[in-house]
Write a protein that binds this ligand. Structure first.
Ligand code: PEP
Length: 253
C-alpha cells in the first residue's frame, strides 16, 4: 500500500508565496520518495502557482481543499471540477473538520462531494473525526460510523476505490499542538478499518487511512509506524517547505 503524505495549507499563501514554497519543496525532495504520494492542498487562487512551483517533480500532486458537487451552474462562490482540472489539480479534500464545523457542511453534503469528485476522476481524501465533546460523551464510534456511512453513501458499484483515502483527524488535535496518543491512534485506525470493511466489504481493504492532528517532524516517524496508519495529513507544519519535507521523509532515514 502506498503511503500518502499530504499538506493542507488552508487559507494561507498568496500565489507568490505558494509558488516559492512549492519550488523549495521540489528542490529539497526532488520528487516523492518511491513508495509514497505527496499532495499539496493549496488555496484555489494558488493552485496553478503551486503546480508551476513544483515544476513537474514526480509524485508530488496538487489538490483542492473543496469542490462543489456539480459540473457548473448558479453556485456563487463555489468551484467546479473543470476549473480545478484546468489549474492542474488532481486531488480533492472532502469533509475537513473546518468545513464541517466552521462552514456547516453536513455528513450528507460531504458524501455528495466525495462521490462526485471520484466520478470526476479526482483522487479524494475524505476527512472524519470527533470533537472533544463527542468523545467525552462516548460518541466516538457512532460519529465515525455516521461520517463514513454518509460520506461514502453516494459511491456507486463502479466507483474506483483505489482513488479514495480516509483521514482520521480528531477535531481536538487539529492546530492545537495536542496530538492523539499512539494508543489512541492505533485504536481508532483499527476501528476505522473495521468500519470500512463493514460498509464496503472487500472494497474497503485497500483504502489508506491517514492520521491528521498536530503532526510535526518530530512525531511523524512514530505515528507512521503505527498499525493501520497509511499516511499523514499535515496542516501547520506543512506551511514551511523544510518542515513538510522532513515529515515526508520522516520514517525513511
Ligand atoms: C489539518 O488542517 O488537517 C491539520 C491536521 O492541521 P494541523 O496539522 O495544524 O493540526
Amino acid at each position: 500500500m502506498r503511503t500518502i503524505i499530504a499538506a493542507n495549507w488552508k487559507m494561507n499563501k498568496t500565489r507568490t508565496e505558494a509558488k516559492a514554497t512549492a519550488h523549495e519543496l521540489a528542490s529539497i525532495l526532488g520528487g516523492a520518495p518511491d513508495d509514497r504520494d505527496v499532495v499539496v492542498f493549496a488555496p484555489f487562487t494558488a493552485l496553478e502557482a503551486t503546480r508551476e512551483g513544483l515544476d513537474g517533480a514526480p509524485g508530488i500532486f496538487v489538490g483542492a481543499q473543496n469542490m462543489y458537487p456539480a459540473e457548473s451552474g448558479a453556485f456563487t462562490g463555489e468551484i467546479s471540477p473543470a476549473m480545478l482540472r484546468e489549474a492542474g489539480c488532481t486531488w480533492v479534500l472532502t469533509g475537513h473538520s473546518e468545513r464541517r464545523h466552521v462552514l456547516g457542511e453536513s455528513p450528507d453534503f460531504v458524501g455528495k462531494k466525495t462521490a462526485f469528485a471520484l466520478e470526476q476522476g479526482f483522487s479524494v481524501i475524505l476527512c472524519i473525526g470527533e470533537t472533544l465533546a463527542e468523545r467525552k460523551a462516548g460518541k466516538l464510534n457512532s460519529i465515525l460510523w455516521l461520517q463514513l456511512e454518509r460520506g461514502l453513501a453516494g459511491l456507486g458499484p463502479n466507483a474506483d476505490y483505489s482513488r479514495l483515502a480516509v483521514a482520521y483527524e480528531p477535531v481536538w488535535a487539529i492546530g492545537t499542538g495536542q496530538t492523539a496518543s499512539d494508543e489512541d491512534i492505533r485504536m481508532v485506525h483499527t476501528l476505522v478499518r473495521e468500519l470500512l470493511s463493514s460498509l464496503l466489504g472487500s472494497n474497503g481493504i485497500g483504502i489508506q487511512i491517514l492520521y491528521g492532528g498536530s503532526v510535526k517532524p518530530d512525531n511523524a516517524k512514530a505515528i507512521l509506524s503505527l498499525d493501520n496508519v497509511d499516511g499523514l495529513l499535515v496542516g501547520g507544519a506543512s506551511l514551511q517547505a523544510q518542515s513538510f519535507a522532513d515529515i515526508v521523509r520522516a520514517d525513511l532515514a
